[in-house]
Design a protein around this ligand. Structure first.
Ligand SMILES: [Zn+2]
Length: 129
């Protein structure tokens, strides 16, 4: 084991006050906040369980680790919230003139779909301007 790795190996936390492991040597089940987020998990208010330390360009870098078994699933949108979002998105695609649901958002400057804006002569005028 290279010297720097030995320096950062302190599983009992005797040297650093917190269980410490060299980079890539953290025990299974401990993850950084970023790794938890990638799994759609969050630390959930638990204390830092351990840390990994390594050197990067001469500086000591620390990343805190959390216990996955104490992490909680990040709040994800409930069906009701998803439905509300879907409704709002549909509303933004609905033309107030012809009431058609378009595959695109109704442009604010027209307040209606491109077909209606074109019929009303607004599209040509805007493009010519
Ligand atoms: Zn329309």
């Amino acid at each position: 084991m290279p010297r720097y790795r030995a320096r950062y190996l302190d599983p009992e936390g005797e040297r650093y006050g917190l269980p410490t492991y060299p980079w890539r040597s953290a025990p299974v089940g401990l993850y950084t906040r970023r790794q938890l987020r990638a799994m759609d998990m969050a630390p959930g208010g638990q204390p830092v369980a351990a840390q990994v330390m390594w050197r990067r360009r001469g500086d000591e870098v620390v990343a805190y680790l959390y216990d996955l078994s104490q992490a909680r699933r990040k709040r994800t949108a409930t069906p009701a919230v998803l439905a509300a979002i879907g409704k709002a998105l549909t509303a933004r695609r609905t033309c107030s003139t012809c009431c058609e649901v378009r595959p695109y958002f109704i442009p604010r400057r027209f307040g209606e779909c491109l077909d209606c804006a074109e019929d009303a002569g607004r599209l040509a005028r805007t493009e010519a301007a």
